[in-house]
Design a protein around this ligand. Structure first.
Ligand code: CP3
Length: 354
């Protein structure tokens, strides 16, 4: 049986192939995505297993990538907890009934993952039928704090005022919401594993918006608990994206995940050195700036090589962008990045033979 390259590398084993995929590799920069999306709203697309699978597979038809990530959103579980999710043009996500105190928290429910969110599992089953055995199916969820921040604000935020108000004025309610999300996320991820996810990723995009002390006391324990509980039932790898700050790496003692996704604002060699110095036994993912795909070809290829070179010093390296591909990304630039990854892995193979 052919092994899954990304899973191997995520778990610290050496492979001849360098795993590569792209955050938001499905989406608005692909004309074939827009053709489907023009007929229905984003949330409807996520809730339609056949079309969600189709959109997940689109980049796999174009590109020689090692993984697909199921097409969905970190806020989809909120729709099964009692909030309504919409994406108004230009305004990003909006959630009704924002959590502003104990009374609004009490109105939320813990979903039954199979019954209420089973369409995500069905999309995974459908997608896997069309994947090569060496390709990895990635399931995902938002980490509890990042999802909580949308549930509290009711939308995206610049200053996270409502989040901080709840944290400071009603810490028990804040903790209660994180607890509900921890339990919800464990069930949701295990449902995706049952459907066929080979690897999981947790997005904690806003993890660095509170103080480091709050990260240590509230945010990290919640995400680490999710990972510990999932791992009690499953031995696959888990990737964690802690947002834009390398500073949080100092708070990761006892972390149970396998791979740290590094944002492009951090220098990959420094991240790798810190991981080693702190005694964290982690592979890395990243960290090309998604806007680098706009660069002249020679510049883009050099940036890819620099990242690959840095990655050889890590316990394992999954090549990726440091954050999601942007709607204005030229689809051909993605091909060039993958070509460069394949050329680099070929040169490593030749070095090994001499
Ligand atoms: O990577 C993938 O292809 C998988 C799908 C995926 C989406 N969102 C699809 C999406 C994943 C993994 C996410 C995660 C997500 N969603 C995060 C964490 C990662 C990150 O970007 O930091 C966050 C914070 C969200 C919340 C969210 N969803 C925002 C802020 C937005 C609006 C911004 C935008 O680009 O419009 C979304 C919408 C969204 N999620 C789109 C897609 C493809 C665009 C929807 C569309 O209009 O077609």
């Amino acid at each position: 049986m052919s092994k899954k390259t990304l899973v191997e590398v995520a778990q610290g084993r050496r492979t001849d192939r360098i795993p590569v995929w792209f955050l938001r590799q499905a989406g608005r920069y692909l004309p074939e995505y827009m053709a489907i999306r023009k007929n229905l709203e984003f949330v409807e697309l996520c809730q339609n297993p056949k079309l969600a699978a189709e959109v997940t597979l689109q980049p796999l038809r174009r590109y020689d990538v090692d993984a697909s990530i199921i097409f969905s959103d970190i806020l989809i579980p909120c729709t099964a907890m009692g909030q309504t999710l919409t994406f108004d043009k230009g305004h990003g996500p909006q959630l009704t009934q924002p959590v502003r105190g104990a009374d609004t928290l009490k109105r939320l429910v813990k979903p039954d993952a199979e019954r209420d969110l089973g369409y995500v599992g069905q999309a995974i089953v459908e997608t896997k039928k069309h994947m090569r055995p060496d390709q990895t199916m990635i399931g995902f969820a938002g980490a509890p704090f990042t999802v909580a921040s949308y549930m509290i604000e009711g939308a995206g935020s610049k200053n996270f005022t409502e989040v901080k108000k709840l944290r400071l004025q009603e810490p028990e309610t804040f903790r209660g919401l994180l607890q509900l999300l921890t339990e919800t996320t464990v069930d949701y991820l295990l449902m995706q594993v049952k459907a066929g996810a080979d690897c999981l990723m947790l997005f904690d995009t806003w993890a660095n918006q509170l103080t480091c002390a709050d990260y240590r006391d509230f945010i990290f324990p919640a995400v680490n608990e999710v990972i510990a509980q999932v791992k009690a039932h499953w031995d696959g790898p888990i990737i964690y994206y802690p947002g834009q700050s390398l500073e949080l790496i100092f708070e990761l003692a006892g972390f149970r995940g396998d791979v740290l996704a590094i944002d492009w604002r951090s220098r990959l060699p420094r991240a790798i050195a810190l991981i080693e110095n702190l005694g964290l036994n982690l592979a890395v993912q990243g960290n090309l700036d998604p806007q680098s795909l706009l660069a002249p070809e020679a510049v883009l290829r050099q940036q890819v090589r620099d990242i690959l070179e840095a990655g050889t010093k890590a316990k394992g390296h999954i090549f990726n962008v440091g954050h999601g591909l942007q709607p204005h990304t030229p689809p051909d630039a993605v091909t060039k990045v993958i070509e460069e990854v394949r050329a680099f892995e070929q040169s490593l193979r030749q070095e090994k033979m001499h």
